[in-house]
Design a binder for this molecule. Structure first.
Ligand SMILES: [Fe+2]
Ligand SMILES: [Fe+2]
Length: 178
């Protein structure tokens, strides 16, 4: 005799899926807002950087961030949805924090070190978001979305590790200047 899932259980599975899909879409709106806010905020950080290496890392990451916005639009497309942004309070706070660091430091090695620390917090928020989104997409069987989100996650990780290397040299530079 063919085994079939009880009706109630079948309904609860599809209910569960649609709830997860809603959560996925909500989180996607959040990171979409965050990435677009970063496209606007990074040029201001660039104007405050003195280290050439840091400038290059942030400039490259600005280009990547613009590509990430396009990939997120691709993820919305896999859901058959128009891309929509919802204000991400966490990212708004992290950007405010970066602005505060710039206003409390003088142009030079100290401000560079402060910018590195602020951007690394941003990268970690993004890594956490993309890690979760990728897991949700994989649970929902959205293979194309999984690979788009993985690409964004890989770029955030790479940017974070480049910044970690620069943080070490920025601290050494500051110590040598004293
Ligand atoms: Fe990003
Ligand atoms: Fe990033």
């Amino acid at each position: 005799m063919k085994k079939t899932m009880p009706l109630l259980q079948r309904e609860s599975v599809s209910d569960h899926t649609s709830k997860l899909e809603r959560l996925f879409e909500d989180e996607l709106k959040d990171i979409y807002w965050a990435e677009k806010a970063l496209v606007r905020a990074l040029p201001k950080l660039l104007r405050n950087v003195t280290s050439e290496e840091l400038y290059k890392v942030l400039e490259d990451h600005l280009t990547e961030t613009e590509d990430q916005v396009v990939r997120i639009e691709g993820v919305f497309a896999t859901l058959g949805k128009e891309p929509k942004a919802k204000k991400c309070e966490a990212m708004a706070g992290l950007i405010r924090e970066a602005e505060a660091i710039m206003s409390h430091t003088q142009l030079g090695a100290m401000r560079d070190a402060g910018i590195i620390s602020a951007v690394q917090k941003v990268e970690h928020y993004e890594m956490a978001s993309y890690g979760t989104l990728r897991t949700f997409a994989s649970t929902l069987g959205l293979d194309k979305a999984v690979s788009l989100l993985q690409e964004n996650l890989d770029e955030e990780r790479a940017a974070d590790s480049k910044l970690s290397e620069l943080a070490v040299s920025a601290i050494h530079f500051e110590a040598a200047e004293r």
